[in-house]
Design a protein around this ligand. Structure first.
Ligand code: ADP
Ligand code: MG
Length: 293
């Protein structure tokens, strides 16, 4: 009897959150270990389906970097990166589209569907969802400092057309989006998934933007997790080099989203089973929350 009461109490504790978030849109960036390990994949899909059944509208944006590199190697191409960005020639872009838009996207769709959801896979090309332009990069150090580097078919979002998402959400579908945009000449552009998630969250004025990653959250120099961070503090940590590499596009994504009116942004540990439920339905949450001030 006691354990039954405990179960009832856990459900009742979730009630205020369920009420608050009913009908709200959450953008979730899915990647890392949660996209690889069987038990974590299942727990993720269960969380997404549960959110959907209680009236929250989840939208998934996924990465898939390591799978692109391994397919390139199988096809005899060497992956190359500058400042964490993949150099993407036409052949590489074809591989990105095949792997991200095909294999990885459909795998996530079937995963969610096998747990009782109704997921639909899209790339930024579908329904004109993501318009993009080519992104240039400047060298940050050394003799040629400030020189423009051509990354090839790498893009940044210029416009999001949310019509297709609104339509799918209305019908109870869960959109699963691969981070590929359409450039000015109709060309496919490879975009960082964190920034795609932020742009979609901004365009929909989502309730939450949640980025799953393979660390406990944003860490300070002593590897302690910072549970909240403001814009000012975040910029300072980037200047000092404490926030670096792949964490930079994540914090920039969160800052863009909060500036554009997204209520809450979180960077959480995707290695923890049911990390989404822990973040959404507990008072303390997990990982790092990024706020404007
Ligand atoms: P993802 O696949 O989730 O996008 P990334 O490798 O692109 O992962 O970005 C996350 C990485 O950022 C972490 O694994 C870590 O190596 C790096 N990182 C840099 N600075 C920090 C920091 N201050 N706190 C946590 N991680 C950081
Ligand atoms: Mg990354």
């Amino acid at each position: 009897m006691n354990s039954l009461l405990q179960k009832a109490n856990i459900l009742v504790e979730a009630l205020p959150y369920i009420r608050r978030f009913f009908g709200k849109t959450f953008i979730i960036k899915y990647g890392g270990a949660a996209q690889v390990k069987k038990d974590l994949k299942d727990a993720f899909a269960q969380d997404v389906v549960l959110l959907n059944y209680i009236g929250i509208r989840p939208i998934i944006v996924h990465g898939g970097g390591p799978k692109i590199s391994s397919m390139m190697e199988r096809l005899g191409k060497k992956p190359e990166f500058i400042q964490g960005q993949r150099i993407t020639d036409k052949e590489t872009m074809d591989i990105v589209e095949m792997v991200l838009g095909g294999l990885v996207n459909k795998e996530i769709v079937s995963l969610i569907n096998s747990h009782g959801g109704k997921a639909v896979g899209l790339s930024g090309k579908d329904g004109g969802l993501i318009k993009a332009k080519r992104k240039t990069l400047k060298t940050q150090s050394g003799r040629g400092r400030g020189r423009v580097i051509d990354l090839g078919l790498v893009g940044e979002v210029t416009e999001v057309d949310t019509h297709i998402l609104v339509g799918l959400e209305k019908e109870g579908f869960i959109p699963v989006i691969s981070p590929i945009g359409v450039g000015p000449e109709g060309e496919a552009l490879n975009i960082n998934a964190d920034s795609v998630a932020a742009s979609i969250a901004s365009a929909l004025k989502a309730e939450k933007l949640i980025l799953l990653t393979d660390v406990r959250g944003i860490m300070d120099r002593k590897e302690g997790v910072l549970s909240t961070l403001t814009e000012q503090k975040t910029k300072k940590l980037i200047r000092e080099g404490t926030i670096a590499g792949g964490m930079i596009p994540k914090v920039q994504a969160c800052l863009k989203a909060v500036r554009d009116g997204v209520s809450k942004t979180h960077i959480i540990d995707g290695r923890v089973p049911h990390c989404l439920l822990l973040e959404i339905f507990t008072l303390r949450g997990i990982g790092t929350e990024i706020l404007l001030s």
